[in-house]
Design a protein around this ligand. Structure first.
Ligand code: ATP
Ligand code: MG
Length: 257
């Protein structure tokens, strides 16, 4: 940091120099944090697998279906984590390949809704899709966008204990808004600015549960939506619920080049 003494061009230069050095320090801190988080998340499943394989090798641990199931789950978790990291690094490098097509947003929401209807019923939750039939198309990679919606809906299911999850689509001027609304626990105001950060898990979910979260889901959702020139935001009231809003440009015929 340099001292800013004047208001002229030299002063401006000093100010932007300070901004730049501040940003660099920030990026470096984030990179270190991310490496620490990756190491931490890799360590737990590896420790479990190492313990079990050693026990099996020595014969001190008898093989059983239950044991192999746990081992298999840990491998899936590792694979999930590595896949997520790969998606993020591709997005960082601007190399996320998108197979964009004109897609009906309502069909996209309905497909996601169908995929989760059983899970919702098991939890005693309502899951509804609400979108007008004539919603203009969006120009997106259907698989990637489904990945985004899947993450939002599975989050909604995880953090909602009663009430409803609503997937809705509306046209707002030149854009299409997709909303995932839940009546769940909500997100505290001081946590909300961080939820799209890599590896961020709000307090109540910091400890890895059975369905093993990585804390990368929303970071990936954001990367994918932004690769589509869209935006994703969240609003939440603790104790009442959360809404995630994805805004995407609508499809215009001549952008299909
Ligand atoms: P992953 O999706 O990688 O398996 P995750 O679900 O914990 O893990 P994100 O999807 O990135 O990670 O979500 C980050 C955090 O934001 C969650 O841990 C949770 O604390 C909070 N969160 C996300 N969605 C909701 C929601 N609908 N209601 C309440 N909290 C939420
Ligand atoms: Mg998630």
């Amino acid at each position: 940091q340099v001292e800013v003494r004047t208001k002229d061009e030299i002063g401006e230069l000093a100010t932007s120099f300070n901004q730049m050095s501040h940003d660099l320090a920030d990026a470096s801190r984030q990179r270190k944090q991310m490496t620490a988080d990756i190491a931490h998340d890799l360590r737990t499943p590896l420790t479990v697998l190492r313990g079990y394989t050693e026990g099996l090798k020595k014969g001190s641990l008898p093989g059983s279906e239950k044991l192999f199931t746990i081992m298999h789950e840990e491998v899936i978790l590792l694979q999930h984590l590595v896949e997520d990291l790969r998606t993020l690094s591709l997005a960082d490098a601007g190399e996320l390949t998108l197979n964009k097509r004109a897609i009906d947003p309502k069909a996209l929401l309905e497909r996601t809704g169908l995929a989760y209807i059983m899970q919702a019923e098991e939890k005693g939750l309502q899951l509804r899709v609400e979108a007008p039939a004539n919603l203009p198309a969006i120009f997106v990679d259907g698989e990637r966008m489904t990945q985004v919606l899947n993450n939002l809906v599975s989050n909604a299911l995880r953090y909602t204990n009663s009430g409803e999850i609503l997937l809705s689509g509306t046209a707002v001027s030149d854009e299409i808004e997709l909303r995932i609304t839940d009546s769940g626990v909500g997100i505290a105001a001081d946590e909300l600015p961080h939820i799209f950060n890599r590896f961020y898990r709000a307090d109540q979910s910091r400890h890895r549960t059975v369905d093993s979260t990585s804390g990368l889901g929303l970071a990936i959702a954001k990367a994918i939506v932004e690769a589509h020139e869209g935006k994703i935001t969240a609003v939440s009231t603790p104790g009442e619920g959360t809404t995630f809003i994805i805004t995407l440009p609508r499809y215009v015929r001549n952008n299909e080049s």
